[in-house]
Design a protein around this ligand. Structure first.
Ligand code: PMT
Length: 228
């Protein structure tokens, strides 16, 4: 990382976890705090990039590190469908898109307009889920010349299987770089530290940063520069 080495680059980073409503007061969500995505946005801005940060559900304190900072514009999105709309609308003039958000693969088919009640449900409650749009795949479809698309892969697998899954996901999604992120109860999500295996378009591991989320963010931007 060199001061100003991202100057002139327009980047979009998504951060945090989507929330898929069940009824007006309940949702299906995940444990993403937004720390990794916000660290990517802050690192890029400090290195001179123009940043659009698309924030799904991000911890208030975490988001405060990015909002109001020069070089970062924050746009909020709640559900995966909203995130898709905002990311597609904002990415047209963007040079590098990084999807660090934890996006729900499924949403509730029929969101109840009224708070669901236990009454009359002695046999339990079933929710039908339908698949959400794959934002990363949509970005790759829309990719214009000179645009770099970077995905994350949150995987609970380890070692060889982790990389195999990462390589398969890289090929399936067609992204330029994939940051494979081993996750678990106390790994990846919510923690202050992280470790990534960054795979390029040939399936080669180009970097394996470990450290604070800011340190791995800087390593990811270095990898982006190396493929542009
Ligand atoms: O927010 P933190 O607490 O700091 O945690 C950081 C993190 C672990 C959430 C982050 O580093 C991370 O791994 N983010 C990606 C989480 C994820 O959704 O991974 P996935 O393997 O399910 O998805 C693969 C890729 O496709 C991701 O880039 C994701 O943004 C994207 N995706 C997924 C589903 C979908 N419908 N559309 C997508 O674009």
């Amino acid at each position: 990382a060199e001061p100003g080495d991202l100057a002139g680059l327009r980047v979009l980073v998504s951060a945090g976890g989507t929330r898929e409503p069940i009824d007006p007061v309940r949702y299906i969500g995940n444990r993403s705090s937004g720390k990794q995505g916000v660290a990517l946005a802050v690192a890029a801005a400090e290195r001179g990039a123009d940043v659009v940060l698309i924030a799904a559900h991000v911890d208030g304190q975490v988001l405060a590190e990015a909002s109001g900072r020069s070089g970062i514009r924050v746009v909020r999105a709640g559900t995966a469908a909203e995130l898709a709309d905002v990311v597609f609308a904002e990415s047209a003039d963007i040079d590098v898109v990084v999807m660090a958000a934890a996006v729900a693969d499924f949403r509730v088919a029929d969101v109840s307009p009224r708070k669901l009640s236990k009454e009359g449900r002695a046999r339990g409650l079933r929710l039908d889920l339908v698949e959400n749009v794959d934002i990363l795949a949509g970005l790759v479809e829309r990719r214009r010349d000179g645009q770099t698309v970077v995905g994350f892969a949150a995987e609970t697998a380890q070692e060889d299987e982790l990389l195999e899954r990462g390589r398969r996901k890289r090929a399936r999604k067609g992204v330029d770089l994939l940051a494979v992120n081993e996750v678990g109860w106390s790994k990846g999500f919510e923690s202050d530290d992280n470790a990534l295996h960054i795979i390029d378009g040939h399936g080669e591991v180009v970097a394996e940063p470990k450290g604070s989320k800011r340190e791995v963010a800087d390593a990811l931007w270095d990898a982006v520069l190396s493929v542009r």
